[in-house]
Design a protein around this ligand. Structure first.
Ligand code: NAD
Length: 459
C-alpha cells in the first residue's frame, strides 16, 4: 500500500436546482493500479472467447440497457440537467452503439495478401486495456463510443467519467454485470482528472487512451502518451460554422439555426456557434431568426416541452458570462430566475471575427452572426479557426454545396441540415479538434493492432 492521500469525494449537483444528488468517492492512483491489473486478467479470457459468444454478450448488454433507458435518462437529467427528451435519446444511443459493435465482432477479419513462396495473412488483435476518459457534456454516448467498439474488438475498458457526471457511468457498469459481461472487463473509476485520469494515462498497463474533452487537457494527454508511444484518440473542442448562402431556403436555415447552437445548452463540441450569413440576406436572416431565439422553451428539464436546460455548473455559468461582455450587441431569449445554472439563448451581432466570443469555444448557449461577401470569403471565415470539428452549409446550389464541403477543413459537415453524429458514420476533428476517428464502419479497427504473418509453403 502507498501512503497516497484520499482525494476529495465528488459532489454531484442537480444543475437545475443546485441540490446535492450524490457524493461519490474519488478513485486514487492505487485504485487505478488495482483496476488495471483486474482488467488485464479479464481481458485475456475475453479475447480468447469465441467471437459469437462475445457478440451474444454485447447484444445482451444492449438489451439490458434498453430495459433501463428511462431510469438512465432520469439519472442523466438529475446529474447533467439534460432535457428528458435528449437524455432518452442518449440512453438509447448506448444501446444502439452496443448493438452496432456486437454486429462487428464476427466481421473483424484480417486480410490475405498475395506473396511468393507462401501465404501472408493479417490478424486484427485487441490492444489490451483501454482507458476511456469522458467529459460531462454527453456522459453516456461518449462513454459508449469508446466502450462498445473496444469491448467488441476484444479489449477491457476502464472508464473515468467527468467529476460532475459519474452516476450514469456507474449504473452502466452495474447493467453490464447484470447482462453477464465478465467481471472487471468494464470498470468505472469516478475520480479527478489530475489523479485518476492522469494515472490511467501514465499506466504502462493501459494500451490506449480515448479522450474527449478540452483541447488544453487533450494536448497534455497527447504529450504524455507520446512519451510512452501509447495509442491515443482525441475528440476536442470546436467553433463550428453554420454558413448560410443567399440562395438558401432562408426560412428553413433560420428555423434550424437556434437549436444548432442551443441543443444541450450549447455544451456540444459540434455546436454551430459561428453563423456566417451572406451579406445580401444578412438583415432578412436576423429578422427571421430573432423570434425563433426568443421562443426557445428554457426551463425544467423534466418538462417534455423544454428545449433547453441549465448549464452544467456554476463554473461553466461564470465562464459563459465572461464571454458576453456589456459592450456587445446581443439578442437574448428567456431563462428561469432563481436556483440553477441558467443562461438565456444569446445571439451576438456586430462583432469582430477575432473577438473572444467569436473566436473561442464558449461551450454555452451563445452564438455570433457574421456577414460574408461571397463563396471564397465564406470559406476563408469558416477556416479562420484552430478548430475543425463540424459545420453546416445552406444552399440550393449542389455544385456550391460540394465545393464548400470540400473546402471547409472540418471532420463532419452537413448540407441543409445540422446533423453530424450517427453511430454508423465516422466522427472526429481536423486541426486542433482532435486526432483519430470514432464511430462508423471502422470503429472496431481503432481498438486493434494489425499483425502480419507470412507462412512459407516451401519449407
Ligand atoms: P476537460 O478536458 O476538463 O475534462 C474532460 C475529462 O478529462 C474529464 O473526465 C476530466 O476529469 C479529465 N481530465 C482533466 N484533466 C486531466 C488530466 N490532466 N489527465 C487526465 N484526464 C484529465 O473538459 P470538460 O470541461 O469536461 O469538457 C468540455 C470540453 O470537452 C469542451 O471544450 C468540449 O469542446 C470538449 N468536448 C469535445 C468533444 C468531441 O467529441 N470533440 C465532445 C465533448 C466535449
Amino acid at each position: 500500500m502507498s501512503d497516497e492521500l484520499a482525494p476529495l469525494p465528488l459532489e454531484v449537483l442537480n444543475p437545475a436546482t443546485e441540490e446535492t444528488v450524490a457524493i461519490v468517492p474519488a478513485a486514487t492512483r492505487d485504485d487505478v493500479d488495482a483496476a488495471v491489473a483486474r482488467a488485464a486478467a479479464a481481458q485475456r479470457g475475453w479475447a480468447a472467447a469465441a467471437p459469437a459468444d462475445r457478440a451474444r454478450l454485447l447484444r445482451r448488454f444492449a438489451a439490458v440497457v434498453d430495459g433501463h433507458t428511462e431510469e438512465l435518462a432520469q439519472l442523466e437529467v438529475r446529474e447533467a440537467g439534460h432535457t428528458i427528451g435528449n437524455a432518452r435519446w442518449e440512453a438509447g444511443n448506448v444501446r444502439d452503439l452496443l448493438e452496432f459493435a456486437a454486429g462487428g465482432v464476427e466481421r473483424l477479419s484480417g486480410r490475405q495478401i498475395p506473396v511468393a513462396g507462401g501465404i501472408d495473412v493479417t490478424f486484427l488483435e485487441p490492444l489490451g486495456v483501454i482507458g476511456v476518459i469522458a467529459p460531462w457534456n454527453f456522459p453516456m454516448p461518449i462513454a459508449a463510443w469508446g466502450l462498445a467498439p473496444a469491448l467488441a474488438a476484444g479489449n477491457a475498458v476502464i472508464l473515468k467519467p467527468a467529476e460532475t457526471t459519474p452516476l450514469t457511468a456507474l449504473r452502466l457498469a452495474e447493467l453490464a454485470l447484470e447482462a453477464g459481461i465478465p467481471e472487471h472487463l468494464f470498470q468505472v473509476l469516478p475520480g479527478h482528472g489530475a489523479v485518476a485520469g492522469d494515472a490511467l494515462v501514465e499506466h504502462p498497463g493501459v494500451a490506449k487512451i480515448v479522450f474527449t474533452g478540452s483541447t488544453r487537457v487533450g494536448k497534455q494527454i497527447m504529450a504524455k502518451c507520446a512519451d510512452r508511444v501509447k495509442r491515443v484518440t482525441l475528440e476536442l473542442g470546436g467553433k463550428s460554422p453554420n454558413i448560410v448562402f443567399a440562395d438558401a431556403d432562408l426560412e428553413a436555415a433560420a428555423a434550424a439555426a437556434p437549436m444548432a447552437f442551443l441543443d444541450n445548452t450549447g455544451q456540444d463540441c459540434c455546436a454551430r456557434t459561428r453563423i456566417l450569413v451572406q451579406r445580401s440576406v444578412y438583415d432578412r436572416f436576423l429578422e427571421l431568426v430573432a423570434p425563433a431565439i426568443e421562443s426557445v422553451a428554457v426551463g425544467d428539464p423534466l418538462d417534455e416541452n423544454t428545449q433547453m436546460g441549465p448549464l452544467i455548473s456554476r463554473a461553466q455559468l461564470d465562464r459563459v458570462r465572461s464571454y458576453v461582455t456589456a459592450d456587445l450587441t446581443a439578442l437574448r431569449g428567456k431563462a428561469p430566475e432563481g436556483p440553477g445554472f441558467w443562461y438565456p439563448p444569446t445571439l451576438v451581432t456586430d462583432v469582430a471575427p477575432t473577438a473572444p466570443v467569436a473566436a473561442e469555444e464558449v461551450f454555452g448557449p451563445v452564438a455570433v452572426v457574421l456577414p460574408f461577401e461571397d463563396e471564397e470569403d465564406a470559406v476563408r471565415l469558416a477556416n479562420a479557426t484552430a478548430y475543425g470539428l463540424s459545420g453546416s452549409l445552406w444552399t440550393r446550389d449542389i455544385g456550391r454545396a460540394l465545393r464548400v464541403s470540400r473546402a471547409v477543413a472540418a471532420g463532419n459537415l452537413s448540407v441543409n441540415s445540422h446533423s453530424s453524429v450517427r453511430y454508423w458514420t465516422p466522427f472526429g476533428g481536423y486541426k486542433q479538434s482532435g486526432l483519430g476517428r470514432e464511430l462508423g464502419p471502422d470503429a472496431l479497427t481503432a481498438f486493434t493492432e494489425t499483425k502480419n504473418v507470412f507462412i512459407s509453403t516451401e519449407a
